[in-house]
Write a protein that binds this ligand. Structure first.
Ligand SMILES: [Zn+2]
Length: 265
């Protein structure tokens, strides 16, 4: 079985020296590819360097709403230059967030629209983050349609009433380990309605950890807060497969095809 983590942040310092061993253990579990999303200008080079060091890692460059206030005046030219230098790279993580403290929707929208334009212009798939701003996000995607390849709504938790609209717009949806918490049961249920050819799995590691009792033992856990890692996408695969009455191996084949259709292989 082969599996891809469609969205993670392996550049995060919390992995520290544990990363190589963690990736080796992931490979034993069948996990061979990782889409590593940068979140701010200062980590673009770190993500690129990591992808050069570890086989199977792929980069995605962008500005996450939590970090975009600290961007440079030259960020857009720098992003375009970075994407040109790495033709395999995706765009993101970027998006809209009404959950964060002191959000500036106008500024977030302006930054998102530039990412969407680049996605179209360079024909790269874009990864979108969204918390409590789903109608605004749909308006941006309609106003400035991204690449025809499609786009990823990562850790999708949007209202079911908008699901058909997102499918029509070309969205893919990824399920993360945090959705295995009992309090997120409604999201897990929502994923049953997503067409199989638009499904992906992600870790969003090191955040979005699964319930502690389910987590795959793979890292040394030194902090009180459980550190998520890409090995936990196996839990996502197993849950989605169980909910659809499929063998995990069967669903994994579909997910791999979906990933390649969206991001290229
Ligand atoms: Zn993320």
């Amino acid at each position: 079985m082969r599996l891809t983590d469609a969205h993670c942040h392996l550049q995060d310092a919390r992995f520290g020296a544990q990363l190589p061993a963690a990736l080796a253990r992931c490979r034993e579990l069948g996990l061979t590819r990782w889409m590593v999303n940068a979140t701010r200008e200062s980590d673009w080079e770190n993500v690129a360097a990591l992808a050069k060091t570890h086989p199977g890692l792929r980069c995605s460059f962008g500005l996450h709403p939590w970090w975009q206030a600290q961007r440079s005046a030259n960020w857009l030219a720098a992003l375009e230059e970075c994407l040109t230098r790495y033709p395999e790279a995706g765009i993101g993580e970027t998006g809209l967030d009404r959950w964060m403290e002191g959000f500036d929707m106008e500024d977030q929208t302006a930054v998102l629209l530039e990412h969407l334009k680049l996605s179209r212009q360079l024909n790269r798939a874009i990864t979108l983050h969204c918390l409590r701003a789903w109608p605004e996000l749909a308006a941006c995607v309609k106003r400035c349609p991204p690449s025809k390849r499609g786009f990823l709504l990562h850790s999708f938790s949007g209202p079911q009433t908008m699901l058909a609209q997102w499918v029509d717009l070309g969205a893919y949806f990824s399920f993360s380990p945090a959705f295995l918490h009992p309090k997120k049961a409604a999201i897990r249920k929502l994923f049953k309605h997503i067409p199989a050819e638009r499904l992906l799995v992600e870790s969003d590691a090191p955040d979005m950890a699964p319930p502690r009792e389910l987590a795959v033992a793979l890292l040394e856990q030194t902090e009180e807060r459980l550190l998520n890692h890409p090995g936990n996408v196996v839990l996502c695969l197993n849950a989605l497969a169980a909910d659809r009455g499929l063998a995990p191996e069967t669903l994994a084949l579909q997910l791999e095809q979906n990933y390649e259709r969206l991001f290229g292989d």
